[in-house]
Design a protein around this ligand. Structure first.
Ligand code: FAD
Ligand code: UDP
Length: 437
């Protein structure tokens, strides 16, 4: 089988029980689960011309598998999430390693005992390591802010070094802010390690889908009950009805093809765009990606090099490290962080987390809160700094809530579900036999 693609203008809404906006992890998991768990017929609308959201990967002209929206390495402690995704693809085990280029010297990031030795020399590093172990414990990891809060002059020196050489310029490039101005949750993603563990992530499960993310998404969305309409933007097909004319009036109904749609609507796009940014735009950072292909087997010393004290780009990634692809040539990608100013030309990648922006998001969220069939989920809709595993988990949890609501509203659904499942299995069986004949 294959993904069922359709054209939105030809869609008869009577044929669908639920609508999912966005075909990234938040949307694809919801679509699959609603189709499987209650045999719901799912219409997915996606504004891009492909599925897989920011995980989209494809072979470039040189034949190298590249990620089109930033390098994506899956990492999680959530066994439930990894087992779930394993249904749709085999996985490569890959432990990501990152080096910071500090005036031509490579320092492992997260900054750790090996980085200390390179930066300070073995003798001085031994003193610093002893003090770090005494302060925080062997094999612990701490945030930059925790290190900066130490009174000991040696630890202060180490903290200043890490601030200046790892965080300050990179953060300025990435956010247009200093590390002190960025939400601590964001800076805290990259710790300082009191160990020699130089993997970027420490989680138990780390890797990538063996044939790439797009193939995984194809398997996930390959379901008889799911139709995907690409190139379809929610704001241009949703007709919102409001209770009153007031700007803060909540949405009373969402119409699709002139009919109020009463089934669950899972929305994974930015909430402000749905309301044409009536309270102002939710702030994001965007990115530009520049690819370079070389007739060499390898270009970088590891998967990603972060430019923490020089260059305009933040980091360079060489995809072959991540994907384990064998080829005589290689493609690398430079990332340039940009202000998000033009929704028509740019993609909102990173929510800029602070109280004011969360408040603005809350104001948009309140417009939909009284609509019983509207379920926002995902990095954009929830305005969160979610990794992929967080999004898959959030979407699985959201589906459980939707299913509960659905069951409460449709007490006799069991019979419909059994009949639909029997019909589906019969058709699948016929298709299998046809394929074998
Ligand atoms: P998305 O993947 O953004 O999917 C949302 C989809 O909805 C998109 O396809 C979009 O086109 C569509 N859409 C939006 N608005 C509308 C609309 N109005 N109408 C119709 N369709 C719409 N996470 C990791 O775990 N590991 C990593 O290594 C990692 N690297 C990253 C690198 C970068 C540069 C970035 C930006 C993020 C990275 N992430 C990583 C995070 C990861 O990208 C997110 O967790 C994931 O994309 C979230 O999935 P989502 O479905 O919420 O959003
Ligand atoms: N960061 C930094 N220097 C680095 C790596 C990260 O200053 O070498 C900061 C920067 O502010 C970044 C944040 O830590 O935005 C989180 O980094 P992470 O690698 O998790 O970002 P992502 O991969 O999500 O872009």
């Amino acid at each position: 089988m294959a993904v069922n693609y359709g054209e939105y203008r030809d869609i008869d809404m009577n044929g669908y029980d639920t609508v999912v906006v966005g075909a990234g992890f938040a949307g694809a998991v919801a679509a699959r689960e609603l189709a499987e768990r209650r045999e719901l017929r799912v219409l997915v609308i996606e504004k891009r011309d492909h599925i897989a959201g920011n995980m989209y990967d494809e072979h470039d002209e040189a034949g190298i598998l590249v990620h089109r929206y930033g390098p994506h390495i899956f990492h999680t402690e959530k066994q439930r999430v990894f087992s779930y995704l394993r249904q749709f693809s085999g996985w490569i085990v890959y432990q990501h390693r990152v080096l910071a280029d500090v005036h031509g010297t490579y320092l492992p990031v997260p900054f750790n005992e090996n980085s200390l030795e390179i930066a300070f020399g073995e003798e001085r590093a031994a003193v610093l390591i002893e003090k770090l172990v005494a302060a925080f414990g062997k094999d612990s990891q701490v945030t930059l802010h925790q290190l900066q809060a130490q009174d000991d002059p040696d630890l202060k020196e180490a903290a200043d070094y890490v601030y200046e050489n790892v965080f300050s310029y990179y953060t300025q490039k990435q956010w247009g802010l200093s590390p002190d101005e960025v939400d601590p949750e964001v800076i805290g993603r990259v710790p300082v390690r009191i160990s020699r563990d130089d993997r970027y992530f420490r989680e138990a499960y780390q890797g990538l889908p063996v044939f790439g993310y797009t193939k995984l998404f194809e398997a996930m969305l390959d379901h008889e009950n799911i139709t995907v309409c690409l190139g379809t933007e929610a704001e241009s097909v949703f007709d919102l009805e409001f209770a009153t004319e007031d700007a803060d009036s909540p949405v009373a109904a969402i119409k699709l093809h002139d009919m109020a749609f009463t089934g669950p609507i899972v929305y994974t796009g930015p909430l402000d765009e749905l309301f044409l940014s009536r309270f102002g735009r939710l702030p994001y950072r965007s990115l530009d990606f520049v690819y370079e292909t070389y007739d060499e087997e390898r270009k970088l010393p590891c998967g990603t090099v972060n430019y923490t004290v020089s260059e305009d780009y933040t980091r360079i990634t060489e995809f072959k490290y991540l994907t384990h692809q064998q080829a005589p040539n290689t493609t690398i990608m430079k990332e340039y962080s940009r202000a998000y100013v033009d929704p028509d030309e740019q993609i909102p990648y990173y929510a800029i987390l602070n109280d004011e922006n969360r408040e603005l998001h809350g104001r948009y969220r309140r417009l939909t809160e009284t609509l019983p069939n509207f379920y926002p989920v995902g990095r954009l809709a929830e305005y969160r700094y979610y990794d992929m595993d967080d999004v898959v988990e959030a979407s699985l949890d959201r589906v459980s809530a939707i299913v509960e609501d659905w069951d409460a509203a449709h007490p006799d659904w069991g019979l419909t579900m059994a009949a639909r499942r029997a019909q589906r299995e019969e058709r699948e069986e016929r298709a299998r036999k046809g394929a074998l004949a």
